[in-house]
Design a protein around this ligand. Structure first.
Ligand SMILES: O=C(CO)COP(=O)(O)O
Length: 251
């Protein structure tokens, strides 16, 4: 059974003070931790505050990006080894904003996945197509290509334990959500791709999130889809009440 995972991705929002305030706002209110995993992905400069504030709660912590080397002369980068030492649970990698604005390639993302796993941090690997690719009818080929590249040389056991986030770029921050059917179709394709690369058991274990304007008003119908196991949420994860509503979508 795949445990649903609702993860916020704060992007470049919130400072340490706002981070602590957010956690104070959800403290004692994650009532369904045995049924749904709740995660917040925060900027690197907020992670220590988030980890300290989340102690004693069921909230898990994610980084938004990390490098593929543990240490060395890599000015400005974030070490996956240090993230693990700090107690970070998940590492978001390959977000479309990183691919677009910071020129991250599929090869970088694969190296980052290996580095996180080596250090005991669970990757959340993002994929998704542009509107142009969708209009050209090339979603399947594009997304399965991203998945194959990101998972290169990972073992079946490693893939079964990680999380894949399908985020159609045209739905991110636009208010335009993919329909549950559109999201399900691609999440199913991702699971089929994993089954083809590995086996049915691995495909049945890997968790797949949808991301792109997920909010309290649409979370239920998206989560009702058989291949959608969670959400990666930007805007609607910034306020405690909205995040709590998403985590409690089953109520
Ligand atoms: O990019 C996203 C999460 O990683 C989605 O952002 P929004 O929920 O703001 O559309």
């Amino acid at each position: 059974m795949r445990k649903p995972i609702i993860a916020g991705n704060w992007k470049l929002n919130k400072n340490p003070k706002e981070t602590a305030e957010f956690v104070a706002g959800i403290k004692g209110k994650l009532a369904n931790a045995d049924q749904v995993e709740a995660v917040i992905g925060a900027p690197a400069v907020d992670l220590q505050t988030l980890i300290d504030a989340a102690k004693g709660t069921d909230l898990k912590v994610a980084s938004e990006n990390s490098y593929f080397e543990d240490a060395g002369a890599f000015t400005g980068e974030t070490s996956p080894k240090v993230l693990a030492e700090m107690g970070v649970d998940y590492g978001i990698i390959g977000h479309s904003e990183r691919r677009e604005y910071f020129n991250e390639t599929d090869e970088d993302i694969n190296k980052k996945a290996h580095a996180l796993i080596k250090n005991g941090v669970t990757p959340i690997i993002c994929c998704g197509e542009t509107l142009e690719t969708r209009k050209a009818g090339k979603v399947n080929e594009w997304v399965s290509g991203q998945i194959k590249a990101a998972l290169k040389d990972l073992s079946a056991a490693q893939v079964a334990a990680l999380v894949i986030a399908y985020e159609p770029i045209w739905a991110i921050g636009t208010g335009e959500t993919a329909t549950p059917e559109q999201a399900q179709e691609v999440c199913h394709l991702i699971r089929e791709t994993v089954a083809g690369l590995y086996d049915q058991t691995t495909a049945e274990n890997v968790r797949i999130q949808y991301g792109g304007s997920m909010k309290p008003a649409n979370v239920k119908e998206l989560m009702a889809q058989p291949d959608i196991d969670g959400g990666l949420v930007g805007g609607a994860s910034l306020q405690p009440d909205s995040f709590l509503e998403l985590v409690h979508y089953q109520d």
